[in-house]
Ligand binder design. Structure first.
Ligand SMILES: [Zn+2]
Length: 355
């Protein structure tokens, strides 16, 4: 230990000029850099934490050695390791952590018992520390990769449309949302969030907030249509148009920008995907319409509003469990197809990662 201490002081005394050293060596208070080591073993990974001063740790480098069985952490300044110089770990992945000197640098060697799956190294503050997580197995498998937000329209005092059969739009919307949720949740890679799970009124901005704060990958608002007219028997998938609406009422340039830039193309693709599976499953025509739907504005994820026909004939069908389950599973299929073809990153195809 004593030799190491001399080395540390020596390293710092080299920095001032020789003259200062010769005249008044006692006024130079060599700063001793100290690092503290700790480790914790988890089922999937081992965490090693090095605490020390900000500069020393920020400038430290973590190198994975060729053998795959060793990590080397280099420090520009030579820290004095408080304890111990060989820290045994023996958790089945990490054998030990050893301190050593390498030329004018100090190093820590993390000696492994087997080749790890992966590792992560990052710097944290308060106190300054470098954290190295070494993974035995992939840990991402249990983490949901896709967040789907389903928004049952209306609710509470806002009953929405009312079919002649007495069916209320708010009831239909929640019923279908819950069916869809049950189906989606069978896939462990999907996390489902509903904007409402009971008969409550919910402002549109609240619905958008739920979608955005959950970092939704896609957002589906479910509604019913009981208007009489040419398209009243149709299923309609609404998406926002690619251009900002002209009417003052529907203008909100900020929200429009977010929607436009991030997801308008993907919203269209989601609509096409739902149209395809619903048409195939129900044997009926599905319309895609572009409209400045307020309920879709401000949602950052690809988003659509699906309207189910509630006119008498269709309304009666909607009272049958089988029919509703069919619709839900066709929507599910449309969502899954959409996710599968989703671009992974913003990187153009064929471009490789540069180091
Ligand atoms: Zn509605």
């Amino acid at each position: 230990m004593e030799i190491k201490r001399i080395f540390v002081i020596f390293a710092f005394l080299l920095l001032p000029s020789v003259q200062v050293f010769a005249q008044a060596p006692e006024v130079i208070k060599p700063k001793e850099v100290t690092i503290l080591l700790r480790h914790q073993s988890y089922p999937a990974y081992t965490r090693i934490v090095i605490e020390g001063d900000d500069e020393t740790l920020k400038e430290s480098k973590v190198l994975r050695m060729d053998s795959g069985l060793q990590f080397l952490i280099e420090f520009k300044k030579k820290p004095s390791l408080i304890k111990p110089e060989t820290l045994p770990v023996n958790d089945g992945l990490v054998k030990s952590i050893e301190s050593a000197e390498k030329g004018d640098k100090a190093v820590l060697n993390i000696i492994l018992e087997k080749v790890p799956h992966d590792y992560k190294s990052f710097f944290l503050k308060d106190p300054p520390r470098r954290v190295i997580d070494i993974y035995k197995v992939p840990v991402a498998t249990s983490v949901p990769r896709t967040v789907i937000v389903i928004d049952p329209g209306h609710g509470g005092t806002d009953i929405g449309a009312k079919g002649l059969s007495g069916l209320q739009e708010k009831v239909l919307a929640l019923d279908m949302a819950l069916r869809l949720k049950t189906l989606l949740q069978k896939n462990p890679e999907i996390k489902v969030v509903l904007t409402r799970i009971s008969d409550v009124a919910l402002p549109l901005r609240e619905r958008a907030f739920i979608g955005n704060s959950n970092k939704a990958d896609l957002f589906i608002s479910l509604h019913g249509n009981s208007s009489f007219g040419k398209s009243s028997k149709d299923f309609i998938v609404y998406v926002l148009p690619p251009h900002e609406p002209k009417t003052e009422e529907n203008r909100n340039p900020y929200l429009w920008d977010i929607q436009h830039v991030r997801s308008i193309k993907e919203s269209k693709r989601l609509a096409e995907s739902l149209k395809e599976t619903l048409e195939k499953g129900l044997g009926e025509g599905i319309m895609i319409k572009e409209a400045p739907i307020l309920g879709l504005m401000g949602i950052e994820a690809p988003s659509v509003l699906l309207e189910l026909p509630m006119v008498p004939e269709e309304g009666k069908k909607l009272q049958k469990e089988n029919y509703k389950n069919n619709i839900a599973s066709n929507i599910l299929e449309g969502i899954i197809n959409f996710i599968k073809k989703r671009p992974e990153t913003g990187r153009p195809e064929g471009e490789t990662t540069r180091q």
